[in-house]
Design a binder for this molecule. Sequence first.
Ligand code: GLU
Length: 312
Amino acid sequence: MDSQSSRQAVFRFAPSPNGLLHLGHAYSALLNHDLARKTAGRFLLRIEDIDTARCRPEYEEAIHRDLRWLGITWEEPVRRQSEHFPFYQQALENLIDRGLAYPSFLSRGEVRERVERCEAAGGTWPRDPDGAPCYPTEERTLDRPRAERWIAEGRQHAWRLDMEAAIAAARDRLAGRPLGWTDTGCGPQGETGTIAARPERWGDIILSRPDAPSSYHLSVTLDDALQGVTHVVRGRDLFNATAVHRLLQVLLDLPEPAYHHHGLVLGDDGRKLSKSNRDTGIAAYRDKGLSPADLRLLFARDGLVLDGLRLG
Ligand code: GLU
């Protein structure tokens, strides 16, 4: 990991308490923690609990318990995103005022219907890097007074980024510099080094939902900046999301951290581990009598090395 400058490095582990931490989380948390110790940097724990319907206090307690068992210590107080909605709202209003975000009213069913109609007619509906259909763009130009009336009437709506307008605005700010990031890890297609960001692949991403007045992309970007995170070290599954985070950083005048997307711990079936599978939960290994040192050996066997950043 580069020691870019004399400023103290700040690492973070940012789980969502919507299930039990699994081996992949243990790896990510230990990696961030060890890097912070090795560089005389800081290590932060952040609880990403904006999805108040799916996040539960017992999972949050389990995060603390599992991390403590791994021998990880973090700074207090821990930032809990659900306590900071007005902060994220402010940034959303900034984007709305600049004409970069719009209210969207289509239900899931209405979106599905459009996708099916398009595909039945032989068309190709754009899908985001996670494989989900992109949101239709038709509401970008929705008559504003009408949208405001609907909102005043209490119609459910989300706020979305107008991706086209956002990219154009970022281009102006970048004045000829490309939108991208430096990755010392390795992306899903083996990408490493200077990566060209392609946020357009995500379509009009959500910024705030009826049941959560923020979104993952918005709150993670704002908090990394607010907390002075210098190194974002996280799983390869979030590699593509970084394009959106870089776009928001440019639009909101936030600093660019260094990125490292590490390899994932995979299950026996070669797939990503799931939070709902108790067998691969950290607690299950602890209950089987394994020690944190055993887990470190397991990661090394999988080519995931905590020490020298040799990552599979
Ligand atoms: N909260 C996200 C998760 O649990 C991770 C966010 C990040 O590391 O950027 O998947």
